[in-house]
Design a protein around this ligand. Structure first.
Ligand SMILES: [Zn+2]
Length: 300
């Protein structure tokens, strides 16, 4: 009798929670972590862009569109990262709230990435830099946006959302302290970041770095000889000790640069969101990037 009571009680509560969960779809690995942390047990998340997937290349598949069809909230990176938002909204019949998280933060400019022509307004070859999450402050603001949106859609669980957001914001404060201490190991005049992908403007602004992106240094595009020789001159003149790569680099040009400048390869960075292994959380990704940059530039 007692067991039967317990069983029916368990069935009732599990049905209740399944029905009560807020259905969220996300096309940003950063947004996914935030909504997991803040939403906790109250959200059911369809993470369409998985860690390690290049968000610049991602397009929703028919199966992805079926996953968003009953979502109540869609989280995106914003800042023109996604050019398929109409498709997502159509898939929900226009019923879901669309939160373009990055659109709430001030924009820094970047050199246009290959193939981005149609994605954002042209301003003399410059575009909005969509990589806002390299600023911990932006991620804190994103956490508050997501918290307020969850409260709007599910006011009954307001207390939990507020409590969870508070805990996550505390972790982000600790991360910010850690980054500032780590970056302080590097004298200001050595904070020069040469990367293959112009994605670290927000990072540079917050932590006092100068950026030099190796334009066109991917496997898809040939860097122009002139650009490479200018870059080689810059690296020599500024005594840059290391340059940082991504896995899509053209090894021939990289070898040329390291040979002619004496700069070494400082390691690879995660520019486009969460990765795998130690970079599968936001904290892990930021610590990987910061350690890689500081340690390589410090030791020479
Ligand atoms: Zn990128």
């Amino acid at each position: 009798m007692r067991n039967l009571f317990l069983l029916s009680f368990l069935l009732a509560t599990s049905q209740l929670t399944a029905a009560n969960k807020l259905r969220v779809a996300s096309v940003s690995t950063i947004d996914t972590e935030i909504v997991q942390q803040v939403g906790g047990e109250h959200v059911e998340i369809a993470a369409l862009v998985q860690p390690g997937v290049d968000p610049h290349e991602y397009e929703p598949t028919p199966a992805d569109l079926r996953k968003v069809s009953d979502a109540q909230l869609i989280l995106t990176s914003g800042k023109h990262m996604e050019n398929y938002l109409n498709k997502l909204q159509e898939a929900t019949g226009g019923k879901a709230d669309l939160l373009k998280v990055g659109d709430y933060f001030s924009s820094l400019k970047m050199k246009r990435e290959q193939g981005e022509q149609s994605r954002s307004a042209d301003e003399g070859g410059m575009a909005e830099d969509p990589h806002w999450w390299h600023s911990v402050n932006n991620v804190k603001e994103a956490t508050k946006l997501v918290r307020d949106e969850l409260i709007k859609l599910d006011p009954a669980d307001k207390t939990d959302f507020e409590k969870n957001a508070q805990v996550y914001l505390g972790k982000l404060d600790q991360l910010e302290d850690w980054i500032r201490r780590k970056v302080a190991e590097l004298p200001r005049d050595q904070r020069r970041l040469v990367t293959s992908h112009d994605a670290f403007q927000y990072f540079a602004r917050d932590y006092g770095f100068k950026i030099e992106a190796i334009e066109g240094l991917t496997t898809e595009t040939e860097a122009s000889n002139r650009h490479v020789s200018e870059l080689i001159d810059d690296i020599k003149k500024q005594h840059v000790k290391a340059i940082f790569l991504e896995n899509t680099l053209n090894p021939k040009v990289t070898t040329q640069i390291t040979r002619e400048t004496g700069a070494k390869i400082g390691g690879s960075l995660y520019p486009d969101g969460l990765g795998t292994g130690d970079a599968s959380t936001y904290e892990g990704m930021m610590k990987h990037n910061v350690s890689t940059i500081v340690d390589a530039l410090k030791s020479g």
